[in-house]
Write a protein that binds this ligand. Structure first.
Ligand code: AMP
Length: 400
């Protein structure tokens, strides 16, 4: 952050979209804690902090009378906890822009922190409205974007606002800087072999990423529900496993392209199949290509675990996005666990590893392995789009 914050009001876009329970208590404050280095830096360098964030999707869940459910989605739920984390009282402004916001921002002193109301209470936010962005911008002297998780959205507070600040008065926060640096580690001259591990439910969600990986990596491991679309496309019997029948051709096409490009694709030879989608279901191991009717693959099997671990341990660069099975159910978490352990071991042996995407991040956290991989990305969608080779609007807006 090469900006002099002394006596400046820094408008900082953070991603405080944290999960809340029914009493509106924060159940996981990771996103808040991750923003602290940036906030502390500004405060310690003589700046005042004005925070913008969204929380949930308030406009999708309006009250019966058509108004925003302020009680549920107010960012004020976070004020107390943020005050504790920062060790100083955080002021809350009950609006995002307007007379009160202007007065409170003007009165803010160096070292003080003001949290603005949920940016998504305003429909102008997601539309990237110019007027709204201009009003927001007028609240501060400099703009800092530290919300990597929303950097792929051209919203008012994440992108459009940056245009109202000259180049020398806009910058990335530490969290976002780190995300960009790590994405670039994968995109520019990665050590080889480079292995991508993909999993999760849908091929359609990941197809762009898989296509992109063909130009980047040496090996692609495919597990999770998406593996069965590939198995069926190759003529396998997959019983009642998850499948996207409209993606069968695409799956075959991808396998062909991989062969032409010399990229090795690893699919699970065996699976743990269950008679229903339930942790308590009967289950056993079988070939992923010969699953009986009435049974569904919910995890990869031991042979796949061993084969995947071998590829992972021989890799020098690893990216992992998506679980190998329904890891939320303990009986179907072994494949994801085996992959996580292999990634941790490869990292220990000198590989660079990046875990990105909500569910794989949840899996490494659940297994307590987050500190044993090189980097855990906070922004699933944003990281995915970066790896897909897209220029993210939130990044472009700062670079200009
Ligand atoms: P995604 O958001 O596409 O990464 O998918 C993550 C979800 O995929 C997780 O909630 C997993 O439980 C689910 N999943 C992984 N493997 C399977 C499978 N074999 N069958 C059904 N769902 C799966």
């Amino acid at each position: 952050m090469n900006i002099d914050f002394n006596q400046k009001k820094a408008l900082i876009r953070v991603d405080f979209n944290v999960p809340l329970d029914k009493q509106y208590s924060i159940t996981d404050d990771t996103r808040m804690r991750e923003a602290l280095p940036t906030l502390r830096y500004v405060m310690e360098h003589g700046g005042a902090v004005i925070l913008m964030s969204h929380l949930g999707r308030p406009l999708d869940k309006l009250k019966e009378d058509g108004t925003v459910n302020v009680e549920k989605f107010t960012l004020n739920h976070l004020t107390k906890h943020l005050s504790i984390l920062l060790g100083r009282h955080v002021k809350f402004c009950p609006e995002t822009v307007g007379d009160t916001a202007t007065l409170m921002a003007e009165a803010l002193q160096p070292g003080e922190v003001l949290l603005l109301e949920n940016t998504r209470f305003q429909k102008e936010e997601e539309k990237g409205d110019q007027e709204f962005s201009k009003k927001l911008a007028a609240l501060g002297d400099v703009y800092v974007n530290d919300a990597f998780g929303t950097a792929h959205r051209a919203h008012a507070s994440t992108t459009v606002i940056a245009h109202f600040f000259p180049k020398e008065a806009r910058t990335f926060g530490f969290l976002m800087e780190n995300e960009i640096k790590n994405a670039n580690m994968l995109l520019h001259k990665p050590a080889r072999p480079f292995t991508a591990i993909t999993g999760g439910a849908k091929v359609s969600d990941k197809i762009m990423l898989l296509e992109r990986f063909l130009d980047l990596v040496d090996n692609i491991i495919i597990g999770g529900g998406m593996a069965y679309t590939f198995a069926k496309a190759q003529g396998g019997k997959i019983g009642n496993s998850l499948v996207e029948n409209d993606r069968l051709d695409m799956a075959l096409e991808l396998l062909k392209k991989a062969e032409a490009k010399g990229v090795k694709i690893y699919l699970p030879e065996d699976s743990i199949v269950a008679d229903k989608f339930d942790n308590a279901a009967s289950h056993h191991a079988t070939s992923s290509y010969d699953i009986p009717e009435g049974w569904m693959g919910l995890d990869i099997g031991e042979k796949a675990n061993a084969a995947f671990a071998e590829v992972i341990k021989n890799s020098k660069t690893i990216i992992w996005n998506g679980p190998m099975g329904v890891f939320e159910m303990p009986n179907f978490a072994n494949g994801t666990k085996a992959v996580a352990v292999a990634v941790a071991e490869a990292t220990k042996a000198g590989a660079y590893s990046l875990v990105g995407g909500g569910d794989s991040v949840a899996a490494v956290n659940q297994l307590g392995l987050a500190d044993e991989v090189s980097f855990v990305s906070t922004g699933g969608g944003a990281m995915r789009e970066m790896l897909e080779g897209k220029e993210l609007p939130g990044i472009k807006a700062i670079h200009g």
